[in-house]
Write a protein that binds this ligand. Structure first.
Ligand SMILES: Nc1ncnc2c1ncn2[C@@H]1O[C@H](COP(=O)(O)OP(=O)(O)O)[C@@H](O)[C@H]1O
Ligand SMILES: [Mg+2]
Length: 266
């Protein structure tokens, strides 16, 4: 994040196109921007203060949102973003989002993106992309979620799984090296995330396999972007070790499934 007006860095989908202008952020409006803005306002109405406030849409297809002050973890992810306190704060922020979201009726007319959506569907809107670059921190704690472009109806458990992928992270140690600080113990951190979210025993038993399912969905998404020749995704795939990295990661997840289950339930 920059403290001044100009291009904001962090994401991949809208690289170079997210601008700060004073108290406002301007970015390409997603096709469902009207429904999304209505949703963000409804979240506010539920008392949730952890999302940007929608301000408007411009004639040239951009959206304006409030700028959320704070720090966003960017690569290589800093130690302050990976503390236990940070992880707990992400879990409780996600729970607060879900508690508010469950009180907002999903606009069934809107076209919610399928990219990261729960294949099993759901009655509540999930964020679906709580990656490192989409969380704003203040005083070492997650204060707000940004970038609701991939929000779609789903099970709350799906959003927990997606969030775990990044914040535990649910990534094998070889793949995590160089991107995340060393020494992050995945089973213990998964447990911390589940505890801070307040995940039910039933959902805990399912979480490891839903993480595997979410990883598959993310791989399919990347494959689509790569097939379209998207330069940001092509470069990231190349730099991070190609499809072999995804193979290794998915093997690690299935090999460790019972370890994760035990850490969540015992
Ligand atoms: N409303 C906001 N308040 C503060 N920072 C923001 C806001 N929106 C975006 N940013 C910053 O800009 C970066 C890129 O924005 P984002 O909307 O996530 O783009 P992308 O769609 O490419 O992921 C974020 O990682 C964050 O650092
Ligand atoms: Mg983003």
């Amino acid at each position: 994040m920059t403290g001044e007006d100009g291009v904001l860095v962090g994401g991949m989908a809208n690289v170079g196109a997210v601008l700060r202008r004073g108290e406002l952020v301007e970015r390409p409006a997603p096709s469902n921007a009207r429904a999304l803005h209505a949703y963000l306002l409804a979240l506010k109405g539920q008392g949730f203060d952890g999302a940007p406030t929608p301000v408007g849409l411009t004639a040239d297809g951009r959206e304006q949102l409030s700028f959320v002050p704070g720090d966003v973890p960017l690569l290589p992810y800093p130690d302050w973003a990976m503390t236990t306190t940070a992880l707990e704060s992400v879990g409780s922020l996600l729970r607060r989002l879900h508690d508010a979201s469950s009180g907002v009726a999903v606009d069934a007319q809107a076209r919610w993106p399928r990219d990261f959506a729960d294949p099993e569907g759901g009655t509540m809107l999930c964020h679906n992309d709580v990656c490192m670059e989409n969380v704003v921190f203040r005083d070492g704690r997650a204060a707000a979620l940004i970038d609701f472009d991939l929000a779609a109806p789903g099970r709350p458990l799906w959003d927990v799984a997606m969030t775990a992928r990044y914040w535990v992270p649910m990534v094998d140690p070889t793949s995590a090296a160089g991107y995340y600080p060393t020494g992050l113990v995945a089973p213990a951190r998964l447990r911390i995330l589940a505890d801070s979210y307040g995940l039910s025993p039933l959902d805990r038993a399912e979480l490891p396999s839903v993480i595997e399912q979410a990883t598959e969905v993310c791989r399919t998404f990347v494959a689509g972007r790569v097939a379209d020749g998207d330069p940001a995704y092509l470069q990231a795939l190349d730099e991070r070790g190609g499809w072999a990295r995804w193979d290794r990661l998915q093997t690690w997840l299935s090999d460790q499934r019972e370890t994760f289950k035990a850490a969540l339930l015992n």
